[in-house]
Ligand binder design. Sequence first.
Ligand SMILES: Cc1cc2nc3c(=O)[nH]c(=O)nc-3n(C[C@H](O)[C@H](O)[C@H](O)COP(=O)(O)OP(=O)(O)OC[C@H]3O[C@@H](n4cnc5c(N)ncnc54)[C@H](O)[C@@H]3O)c2cc1C
Length: 264
Amino acid sequence: MRIVVTVKFVPDLQSQRSFTDGTVTRTAEDGTMNELDENAVEAALQLRESLPEGEGEVYAVTVGGADAVAAVRKALQLGVDHAVHVSDESIAGSDVFGTARVLAAAVHQIEKDGPVDLVITGMAALDGLTSMLPTALAAELDIAQLTLASSLTVADGTATIERHMADAHETVTAPLPALVSVTDEANKPRYPNFKLIMAARSKPVTTWSLSDIGVDPVQVGAMASRTTVIDASPRPPRQNRVTVTDKGDGGTQLAAFLVERGLA
Ligand SMILES: Cc1cc2nc3c(=O)[nH]c(=O)nc-3n(C[C@H](O)[C@H](O)[C@H](O)COP(=O)(O)OP(=O)(O)OC[C@H]3O[C@@H](n4cnc5c(N)ncnc54)[C@H](O)[C@@H]3O)c2cc1C
């Protein structure tokens, strides 16, 4: 079984984020692999490990600027077999449809060495947070999509997921090839151990440009985006904050504060 797992390079959630021309500034110093993609990598690794030795192969693919290579390097440390970084100046400013088009072309490029049975994505990227990429990618690839999986099994050419919703618990199946987006409930991602970190250092990362994967630059990038960021600005600092200094009467002060405003 050949599995492609998508991993996005995102700004570290703990870092101070900034914008350039209305889009998030992405630099290696504070960037990392999207945390929710660790669940996607883990799902792919668990499937590979459930197969006899040599019958499973996992590719990690990222689309992004030069710094985004850090995302697939992290996936290598976690244990994927191959890493692909699609990077091209013309991709800058792509919206979800452009990003999906590039990822789909990368999957097709991988298929030149053999069929891809499964594409696994995270449930959301912690910067863009649209959760639209999985659906857009499945549409580009023209394969079934099983989204928001809290568990995933594959048997007899069929993928089966469970999806927990507010008022329902669904079991959904699709024949392979299929795309599955997994939630953070799907598994507990592993930590890279020292052996894997050392092994990852010698594993190559394949870098493809748009021409390598047969994508016309006019179909992606800012000019092809169906959405436009009109303005972006940092959230203004919060106002009217009251700091209670506890000198032994902190609880009383808090209670008085709440009573005064009719909140208690
Ligand atoms: C006008 C506009 C300009 C933009 N300009 C830029 C830009 O210059 N640079 C930039 O990086 N982004 C840019 N973006 C954002 C970018 O297009 C989105 O982040 C991307 O389409 C994915 O959407 P998302 O982040 O909401 O992912 P979601 O749909 O929330 O992500 C779900 C899953 O999809 C996968 N995934 C998502 N994105 C990638 C990726 N790039 N590589 C591999 N896997 C992925 C991950 O597995 C992730 O868990 C721009 C968006 C707009 C609207």
